[in-house]
Design a binder for this molecule. Sequence first.
Ligand code: HEM
Ligand SMILES: *[C@@H]1O[C@H](CO)[C@@H](O)[C@H](O)[C@H]1NC(C)=O
Ligand SMILES: *[C@@H]1O[C@H](CO)[C@@H](O)[C@H](O)[C@H]1NC(C)=O
Ligand SMILES: *[C@@H]1O[C@H](CO)[C@@H](O)[C@H](O)[C@H]1NC(C)=O
Length: 184
Amino acid sequence: KRQDATHKYCPGGTAICFSEFTVAAYNITYRIAIPEVTAAPFDILLQIQAPASVGWAGLAWGGKMSSNPLTLGWANGKTAVVSSRWTGGHSLPGAYTGATYTVLPTTTANSTWWQLDVLCKGCSQWAGGSLNPNGVNGLAWAKASRAVTTAASNTSAFSIHDGKAVFSHDFSQAKIPQGVFDAL
Ligand code: HEM
Ligand SMILES: *[C@@H]1O[C@H](CO)[C@@H](O)[C@H](O)[C@H]1NC(C)=O
Ligand SMILES: *[C@@H]1O[C@H](CO)[C@@H](O)[C@H](O)[C@H]1NC(C)=O
Ligand SMILES: *[C@@H]1O[C@H](CO)[C@@H](O)[C@H](O)[C@H]1NC(C)=O
């Protein structure tokens, strides 16, 4: 079943507004901001917030497991790790060099939550697909409770999801001024 519940979220003390999607069953929130562009490719600011009980959580930018960029996050001590993945099928996704990430200093973890803040270059366009910055895109999320094998390594193995779904994310609500974006 397609879940559909993006709305705008503007944290205090910053000029950034995200469009956000919360997976209520697991309390995982995905927040997205993009520059004011009219076509792909564009950079994406992604925030993943998850309870410490979530071993890994990720997004599939094309709305399915295979043949689109996957962005995964997990906690590692007092911080969080981003991992760039791709798979041609339904097995452990390998490293994907078509997307590159900058981890922002607001990335953090403690005994109850972890939060990953990254800028992605290469998540909005790939071989076989692209995102529409002006409207709704079909994305997918996935998560597992089990911790990844080697948390310090972004090429770590990890186990299959115990939760996943496709959802609609309205990118027209994710646009922030180019200047604010560049400042990141
Ligand atoms: C060890 C890693 C993984 C394994 C072994 C695995 C395996 C599978 C299998 C067997 C299915 C089809 C059966 C089912 O629906 O459960 C599936 C579906 C799916 N997986 Fe994974 N998966 C892995 C990682 C991931 C990751 C990292 C993501 C996204 C970040 C993801 C997203 C999805 C989605 C959205 C579906 C349903 C739609 C589709 O089939 O494309 N998976 N996975
Ligand atoms: C989700 O987190 C909020 C805020 O921390 C908390 O109040 C709520 O009980 C949590 N819900 C679930 C389903 O864990
Ligand atoms: C792991 O991190 C390195 C250094 O930042 C980066 O070059 C590489 O693409 C990352 N690999 C994955 C799979 O995310
Ligand atoms: C843990 O991190 C979350 C998210 O950044 C924050 O809201 C919370 O206050 C922190 N809790 C503790 C005990 O530091």
